[in-house]
Design a protein around this ligand. Sequence first.
Ligand code: HSE
Length: 304
Amino acid sequence: MSICIRSLASIANLGPGFDVMSLAIMEPYDDAYIELSRGEDRVEFIGNYAHYLPSDYKVTTLYPVIEEFRRIMGIDFHVHVVVKKNIKPASGLGSSGADAAAMAYALNKLLNAGLDYKSLIRIAALGEVAAAGTPHMDNVAASLLGGLVIINPVTGDFVRVDLPDNYWVVIVMAGSKPSTKEMRKLLPNAVDMNSLKNNSAYASMLVYALITGNREALGKALMGDAVVEPVRAKLYPHYNAVKEALLKAGAIGVALAGAGPSLFGIFDFEPSKERINELLHARGLRDHALIITRPSNIGVHEIP
Ligand code: HSE
């Protein structure tokens, strides 16, 4: 028994929604072939970014997901997995989460486990420990469900929202980060009341603004994080230049994609790649990659 799965990249946090908000995007995506097999596990990464993955699959996001299914189902099954990596690892686009989501979705089908999405999110998030040191749920939830996902990482309760089709997302991949794990270690353990109020207000405003298309509220909300982004932005020398360039190109708002180093801008028109590159070049950026894509209202799905 085998299955082919497409799992989409996602943008977590969206400014003020640290660990609680994430948006699935149409591109890039990883494709995975997953087969129940005899003998032992065989896991292979191919494609553009395969060389970024460790050769030992036991330290990838896939392994904890496989192990958790073995535990839940009480059977010692084995898998043959081939993942075509198109989402660049450690770029802030939920690369590790997409693979964990694909694996959870596939095993649920192949083993006829009948688990609901809340359980699949929990299981896929276990995979994130490999990349982030903690089972954060935002990326895996968006990859699994599509759309905009708002999740309570304490209880696992979530809602997903379909977005209207007038948005474009521009991602500028530049710079690098040590790892998501390291980027999380820098964050404060506690926040003051005013920061809490600020972020709750902007996170709520963000959802309203994305649904209604209120440009002013969306811009303020996306760029309103008072807790996480200000800490991380300091580590990225390209942060201000990219933000400035995307805003000049007409972005409604710009923020770090997940823990970075990529930044993304939300547009309500299809922006020109040439114009954005021109604006980035003018600010000294050369070694970047540009992705122009759209939010996706569908999540992980089977492909022929
Ligand atoms: N919410 C996570 C973080 C996303 O910001 O650390 C990581 O992709």
